[in-house]
Design a protein around this ligand. Structure first.
Ligand code: GRF
Length: 196
């Protein structure tokens, strides 16, 4: 079975990207990485991807000022050049415009560090602790026009323990993110293949 060409978008560390690249080393994995792109030229994950011999692109969003769409058109050109068929956002810290989401909808997924629909946006772990939740977790979801609002593909849960801080909870969730994302991305590939 032909694998879907996968582009991964990052902004920083890229540990979720690394988990996806690792899963895709298996030739039976349904996605094949063709590009890792970052809006930050200094993103650590770009070095990791280059070391794994995956083509990389840095498109510095600061060069486009407030014109988000101009930045995205450049990004889109790189995605098209690489033959992208599915995009995984992995710690990509730019809100996408309706133009970009509209173009890639149904082929665009994201990982978010909360049990959606709880805690869209930032500081998810802090908000879960402050709310007295017994559990935290992460979600992989289809990206739609609203931020962190698309349909959930899969989730993983962890307990919130007494004395947890934002950092200790983030670390516990991150371990699960690295297991969840490859699994959920494979599910997304299957959904695309079967026409959903
Ligand atoms: C992850 O916690 C992800 O859920 C969130 O940003 C973090 C990115 O980490 N969106 P990394 O760059 O994948 O290491």
């Amino acid at each position: 079975m032909r694998r879907l060409n996968l582009a991964i978008l990052i902004s920083g560390r890229g540990s979720n990207m690394e988990a996806l690249l690792h899963a895709a080393e298996d030739p039976a994995y349904p996605a094949k990485p063709v590009l890792v792109a970052s809006n930050r030229p200094d993103a650590k994950g770009l070095e990791t991807a280059a070391a794994a011999r995956i083509p990389t692109a840095a498109i510095d969003h600061r060069l486009y000022g407030k014109d988000r769409e101009a930045f995205e058109r450049q990004l889109d050109a790189e995605l098209e050049k690489a033959g992208t068929e599915i995009i995984a956002l992995a710690g990509f810290m730019r809100v996408l415009t309706p133009w970009f989401v509209g173009k890639w909808e149904g082929r665009l997924v994201n990982i978010h560090p909360s049990l959606l629909p709880k805690y869209r946006g930032l500081h998810t772990h802090q908000r879960a602790i402050e709310s007295g939740d017994a559990e935290g977790g992460c979600s992989v979801h289809w990206v739609s026009a609203g931020v962190d609002e698309g349909e959930v593909i899969a989730q993983a849960r962890v307990p919130i323990l007494p004395g947890d801080t934002e950092d200790t909870l983030a670390a516990r969730v991150l371990v699960e993110e690295h297991k969840l994302y490859p699994r959920a991305l494979a599910m997304a590939c299957e959904a695309i293949r079967s026409g959903k």
